[in-house]
Write a protein that binds this ligand. Structure first.
Ligand SMILES: [Zn+2]
Length: 187
């Protein structure tokens, strides 16, 4: 199979032509290419991580045998490195955006991270010679899983991913909980 595919990968905006200078020394390089090469670097790291995961897999797994189910395994594996608290159904803080106390619920990969990761790996797979029609990162099971993660984390963490752009958060009273019925002076 040929490495060059006729269709360019979707999300990314053009390859960065110069990837060598990470911290440009005062050159007039556009910030655009910095962003692009950061994306490329991240994508390469993600790809290496995934390939390493395949090498360590028991039983061994080669890339062309990799299916959506294996991608899901990989995502579960990554959860142990997650930093996002996701409350269980039976946790008293389930659905609270800012819980007042610690709880034993697990840390997970945030949905946004997984979603971006899958996007990068999907592109990397095809750049590394994989056929788009057999791209495991584009598998239906992976899409469904990500959607479920998004929905559950939205509930568990009390945040909505849908309405993000609605308004920029109306100055929550962080320090001086003014609204919390202080000294209810009825009568
Ligand atoms: Zn919890």
């Amino acid at each position: 199979m040929d490495l060059v595919s006729e269709s360019s990968p979707p999300a990314s905006n053009a390859k960065a032509p110069t990837t060598t200078t990470v911290n440009g020394v005062g050159g007039g390089g556009g910030s655009n290419s910095v962003v692009a090469s950061r994306y490329e670097n991240q994508k390469r790291r993600d790809w290496n991580t995934f390939c390493q995961y395949l090498r360590n897999h028991r039983p061994p797994l080669s890339l062309n045998l990799c299916s959506g189910a294996h991608v899901l395994e990989f995502l579960h594996y990554l959860d142990q490195f997650g930093k996002t608290k996701v409350h269980n159904h039976n946790c008293p803080f389930f659905g609270l955006p800012n819980p007042p106390a610690p709880c034993p619920c697990p840390l997970r990969q945030a949905w946004g991270s997984l979603d971006a990761l899958i996007g990068r790996l999907r592109a990397a797979y095809e750049e590394n010679g994989g056929r788009p029609e057999s791209n495991p990162f584009g598998a239906r099971a992976v899409r469904i899983y990500l959607r479920d993660v998004r929905d559950f984390q939205a509930k568990a963490r009390g945040v909505s991913y849908e309405k993000k752009r609605k308004r920029p958060k109306p100055k929550v009273n962080n320090n001086g909980c003014a609204m919390s019925a202080a000294a209810t002076t009825t009568t």
